[in-house]
Design a protein around this ligand. Structure first.
Ligand code: AMP
Length: 442
C-alpha cells in the first residue's frame, strides 16, 4: 500500500475527472501525466460544488486537488478576491503560490502571498491589485483585514484551509474564527489535514457544509521505498558519527533534523568548517534568509539542509535522498513527518535516526508507532574514531563563530536601541511609520 508523501499515479485521466481542456493541457505541460489518488477523489466532488474534508499529506498532490477546481470555477466566473488559502507557515504559502502560478498563469490568474516577516506595505500594494487568489498565514491576513484600507473578503467564493491540524496546533484558532466571521457564509470550503484531531473536527463543524470526505493517507505509515535505520551511539560522539555518515553516503542530498535553532546553527557551522555545503533553516532566521536557504537547497547548490521541526512538515523538497534525525524527535509523530521528506514521488530514500544513551525510550516509542523494528545502520567504529580530532577542532571553531554571531546580533540590537533613543531626543518619534515601537521612554 502507498504510504504518506508519495505522488502515486493512477489509471484515470484529468479529463475523466471533469477537468476542462485548458487545465488538462497545463497539467500535461507540468508533467502531471495522470491525477494522483487525492486528486481522483477530490477533484470531481469539488467540481460538483461540494465542500471537502481531505485527509492527505504534503506530497500527495493535494495542492493540485484544491487548486484545479478553484481555477476551473474561476475560468467560468472570473472575479477578484475569488479564493483564499489559509496555511500554517510562510514556506508552505510560497509553495502553494508556486503551484497556483504554474497552473494558473497561462489563464491569467493572479495570486498574492500574505505572510508575516515581509513588509506590510509591499503586501498592501499587492492587495490593491486585487488578485484572484490569496495565500495567507492567518495572523498576517487579519492584520491586513483590520488595517489595509479598501481590503475585504466579502465577495469570497472559495476558502481552503490547508494543513488545518497544524494551523490549529499553532494557536491560530482565534485568527481563523475571526476570518470566518468576515467572509461570506455562502461559499465553498475545502479543509485539508494530515490528521483528524478534535480541534479539526470542531473547525469542520463550524466551517463546512455537508462535506464529502476524501482520504488517501494511511495514518502513520511510512513509504515502502523508504529504508529506515538507526545508529546507537554515545552522545559525545554524535558529531563524529554525523560526519562519518555524510562521508559514507557522499553524493546524496541530506536533510538533517536538529531539536533547537541553536543546534541547527551550530551543526551547520561545524559541517561548513569541515568543508560540507551545509545550510541551516530554522525559526530564528529572518524570512528572507529562510527562503534563501530553501532556494539554495532546491537549486542543489547546497547538498545538506539542517532544519528544526518548523521545517519538517509541509515543505516540498523533491530531492532529499537521506533524512538524518540527528536529534531524535520528542514527539513520535514528528518522526513520520520528518522521514516523509524522502522517498517521495516513487523514489527511494533512506532515513537514519541517531539514538544515544538518553534516547532509548523515545526510540522505542517510534518503533511502536510505526509498528516495526528498525535495522542498525552499519558503521565502522575505528573509522569514526579517526575523525574525532578534526571534528573537535571544527567544534571549537563553530562555537567561536556562534558566539561571534550572538555578539553581533546583540550589538546590532543595542545600536538599534541607541538609534531609537537618539531619534526620540530629536523629536522625530511621531514620524516613525507602522507603529513599530511599543512604548516611548520619557
Ligand atoms: P503537494 O502534495 O500538493 O505538495 O504536491 C507534491 C508535488 O507533487 C508537487 O511538486 C506537485 O507539483 C506534484 N504533483 C501534484 N500533482 C501531480 C500529478 N498529478 N502528477 C505528478 N506530480 C504531481
Amino acid at each position: 500500500m502507498e504510504g504518506e508523501g508519495a505522488v502515486e499515479e493512477t489509471a484515470k485521466t484529468f479529463q475523466e475527472l471533469g477537468v476542462t481542456d485548458v487545465l488538462c493541457e497545463v497539467c500535461d505541460q507540468l508533467g502531471w501525466k495522470t491525477p494522483t489518488k487525492i486528486q481522483v477523489e477530490a477533484v470531481p466532488v469539488a467540481l460538483q460544488g461540494r465542500d471537502i474534508i481531505g485527509l492527505a499529506e504534503t506530497g500527495s498532490g493535494k495542492t493540485g486537488a484544491f487548486a484545479l477546481p478553484i481555477l476551473q470555477a474561476l475560468l467560468e466566473t472570473p472575479q477578484r478576491f475569488f479564493a483564499l488559502v489559509l496555511t500554517p507557515t510562510r514556506e508552505l504559502a510560497f509553495q502553494i503560490s508556486e503551484q497556483f502560478e504554474a497552473l494558473g498563469s497561462s489563464i491569467g490568474v493572479q495570486s498574492a502571498v500574505i505572510v508575516g516577516g515581509i513588509d506590510m506595505m509591499a503586501q498592501s500594494l499587492a492587495l490593491a491589485k486585487k488578485p484572484h487568489v490569496i495565500i495567507a498565514t492567518p495572523g498576517r491576513l487579519i492584520d491586513h483585514l483590520e488595517n489595509t484600507k479598501g481590503f475585504n473578503l466579502r465577495a469570497l467564493k472559495y476558502l481552503v484551509m490547508d494543513e488545518a491540524d497544524r494551523i490549529l496546533n499553532m494557536d491560530f484558532e482565534t485568527e481563523v474564527d475571526k476570518i470566518l466571521k468576515v467572509i461570506p457564509r455562502d461559499r465553498k470550503t475545502f479543509l485539508f489535514s494530515a490528521t483528524m484531531t478534535k480541534k479539526v473536527q470542531k473547525l469542520q463543524r463550524a466551517a463546512l457544509k455537508d462535506p464529502v470526505k476524501c482520504a488517501v493517507s494511511t495514518k502513520y505509515q511510512t513509504v515502502e521505498k523508504l529504508q529506515q535505520y538507526y545508529v546507537f551511539i554515545p552522545s559525545k560522539f554524535k558529531d563524529s558519527y554525523l560526519v562519518y555518515i555524510l562521508n559514507e553516503l557522499a553524493g546524496n542530498s541530506f536533510m538533517i533534523f536538529c531539536s533547537t535553532c541553536n543546534n541547527t546553527q551550530r551543526t551547520a557551522l561545524l559541517l561548513r568548517n569541515l568543508g560540507f555545503t551545509a545550510i541551516p533553516l530554522h525559526g530564528q532566521m529572518s524570512q528572507n534568509k529562510r527562503l534563501g536557504s530553501l532556494n539554495k537547497f532546491k537549486a542543489k547548490t547546497r547538498s545538506i539542509l539542517l532544519a528544526t521541526d518548523v521545517a519538517s512538515r509541509g515543505l516540498d523538497i523533491p530531492h532529499v535522498d537521506v533524512v538524518v534525525n540527528f536529534d531524535i524527535p520528542t514527539h513520535s509523530k514528528d518522526y513520520i513527518h520528518r522521514v516523509g521528506r524522502t522517498a517521495r514521488a516513487g523514489r527511494s530514500g533512506k532515513s537514519i535516526t541517531f539514538v544515544t544513551q538518553y534516547d532509548v525510550e523515545l526510540f522505542q516509542r517510534i518503533e511502536h508507532l510505526i509498528g516495526k523494528k528498525l535495522p542498525a545502520f552499519p558503521t565502522q567504529e575505528e573509522e569514526v574514531m579517526m575523525l574525532t580530532e578534526r571534528v573537535a577542532e571544527a567544534q571549537r571553531f563553530a562555537r567561536m563563530e556562534l558566539r561571534q554571531q550572538g555578539e553581533k546580533k546583540k550589538r546590532s540590537r543595542e545600536e538599534e536601541k541607541e538609534e531609537d533613543d537618539t531619534e526620540g531626543a530629536m523629536g522625530v518619534r511621531n514620524k516613525v511609520a507602522g507603529g513599530k515601537r511599543k512604548k516611548w521612554k520619557a
